[in-house]
Design a protein around this ligand. Structure first.
Ligand code: SF4
Length: 124
């Protein structure tokens, strides 16, 4: 379910401006890391009490810890998953000069239903 009730609050207080983005020091490692993995999600899993395993609870279940090996679950996320390797490679970010300067996509984007949380480029 998308939460659009607080979009005005987000636009005023959370959305990044180009000044915000350019004021953060970013090293080369950070710059290249953002091009291959999601800094928020990579390496994390959530295991629910029934054994269901998620790389991110916003996406479909990867498997179950009682029936699948951890190695298989990780392989599945790497090859088919939507979380660990979720990058800023869709519109409007892929056309933006800040593409690899911005933080990796977060759960806020998923909740709000937008690919970007900024005032730099509109996704509408
Ligand atoms: S459009 Fe995407 S890459 Fe560009 S500033 Fe906004 S969030 Fe960052």
């Amino acid at each position: 379910m998308k939460s659009n009730g607080n979009i005005n609050f987000f636009e005023e207080n959370v959305f990044l401006t180009s000044k915000d983005i350019l004021s953060v020091h970013i090293g080369l490692k950070d710059f290249f890391r953002k091009q291959v993995l999601n800094e928020n999600d990579f390496g994390k899993i959530t295991i629910q009490s029934n054994g269901d395993v998620y790389a991110n609870v916003h996406y479909p279940v990867l498997g179950n810890i009682y029936t699948h090996r951890i190695y298989w679950l990780i392989q599945r996320e790497i090859s088919e998953g939507q979380s660990w390797l979720r990058l800023r490679n869709s519109e409007p970010c892929k056309q933006c000069i800040c593409q690899w300067l911005c933080p990796s996509p977060s759960d806020y984007e998923i909740e709000i239903g937008r690919p970007n949380l900024c005032n730099v480029k509109s996704s509408k």
